[in-house]
Design a protein around this ligand. Structure first.
Ligand SMILES: Cc1cc2nc3c(=O)[nH]c(=O)nc-3n(C[C@H](O)[C@H](O)[C@H](O)COP(=O)(O)OP(=O)(O)OC[C@H]3O[C@@H](n4cnc5c(N)ncnc54)[C@H](O)[C@@H]3O)c2cc1C
Length: 308
């Protein structure tokens, strides 16, 4: 892992730095590149604009480290209302959530209960619920939670991280469920005992796991989603899908709002299903540091924002 990436991920975990930076106007300006605004309304306005360009969306409210179940219930209530708003506005928008926001650290049973309520709301409103994958300590419990919501709504999805050595086995164990799996490279600072430290190995693992997912899709075992901005990798995966007989629409490509927007549009024009994940909320600091760590060259945008 590069020094720049390590420092940015350390900053993400330092509350003092978070407070100093997130209150500054320059930081708010810089984060706008990746986030249309702090409110649900801001996110849904961006979703509406993208839908007009044939790009559907997912939304997620930023926030981490809740301390009690009352806060988890507030998050659940926020998303229950969000599903209703999405339906009322006629948007093809799904919702992606983090188990730590819904009380996984406080009570696995309560977290499961909240997720089941959200999956039922997703089903009722014609949307879908996705579960993000957080650091490796949560993987077993998150997969277990996914099994519970998949039983409620077949359209529910789960993120799986290519940098973890265990992910091939996890995918094998999930394929019988005909899962919606969003394969991502992985965004957390993980020890080499659990995750590939070298980017090259992560990229190789992503491609291998893509083939596993596409081979499953060809047999009716689920719908793979490739959550990456790595366009050459996306191109290789699309070619592989063709070779394996998985048609356009039988897999999807998901990217983050504000990243590779031109390429997202190009893929849509070629008939690919591309969805954009839009983040919103006031707790954006940790998340923003992870985005910078993915590409330390983005610090240049922060400098420009400091200049006004
Ligand atoms: C839809 C979606 C959902 C995700 N969900 C999760 C999750 O649940 N759990 C998790 O751990 N991670 C998640 N991630 C983050 C993911 O793990 C990676 O950290 C992130 O996508 C960067 O890796 P990459 O695949 O884009 O490839 P990279 O090889 O890092 O980048 C490929 C190309 O995209 C450009 N790029 C990448 N990131 C940025 C950026 N921030 N700004 C500008 N250019 C950039 C690079 O410059 C490069 O050209 C998600 C990502 C996406 C797209």
């Amino acid at each position: 892992m590069s020094l720049g990436r390590t420092l940015l991920l350390k900053a993400a975990d330092t509350p003092w730095i978070a407070k100093q930076i997130s209150e500054r106007a320059f930081a708010k300006r810089a984060v706008r590149r990746f986030m249309p605004g702090e409110t649900l309304d801001d996110a849904l306005a961006a979703a509406k604009a993208l839908q007009a360009e044939r790009q559907d969306t997912l939304i997620t409210q930023l926030g981490e480290a809740i301390v009690d179940l009352g806060q988890a219930e507030a998050v659940r209530d926020h998303y229950l209302a969000a599903f209703e708003t999405i339906k009322a506005r006629g948007l093809a928008t799904h919702v992606s959530v983090k188990p730590t926001q819904l009380g996984i650290d406080q009570s696995l049973d309560h977290c499961r209960g909240y997720l089941i309520e959200l999956a039922a709301a997703a089903k009722r409103t014609g949307s879908a619920l996705w579960i993000d994958m957080e650091d490796h300590r949560y993987v077993d419990r998150t997969i277990d939670l996914y099994r519970s919501i998949k039983a409620v709504d077949d359209r529910s999805g789960l993120a799986v991280q290519a940098y973890l050595y265990r992910s091939a086995k996890d995918i094998d164990a999930l394929l019988d469920l005909a899962p919606w799996i969003r394969l991502v490279k992985g965004a957390y600072r993980e020890p080499p005992s659990v995750a590939y430290p070298a980017k090259r190995d992560v990229d190789l693992s992503f491609y291998d796991l893509s083939i596993k997912l596409l081979t499953g899709a060809a047999k009716g075992q689920g719908t793979p989603v490739f959550g990456t901005h790595d366009i050459s990798l996306v191109r290789r995966i699309i070619a592989k899908a063709k070779e394996l007989g998985v048609k356009q629409g039988g897999y999807e490509i998901h990217m983050l709002y504000g990243i590779k927007a031109g390429e997202q549009g190009q893929l849509v024009r070629e008939g690919e299903t591309v969805k954009t994940l839009i983040s919103y909320g006031s707790a954006w600091f940790k998340w923003y540091m992870r985005r910078l760590a993915e590409r330390p060259a983005n610090l240049w945008f922060v400098m420009k924002s400091m200049a006004g």
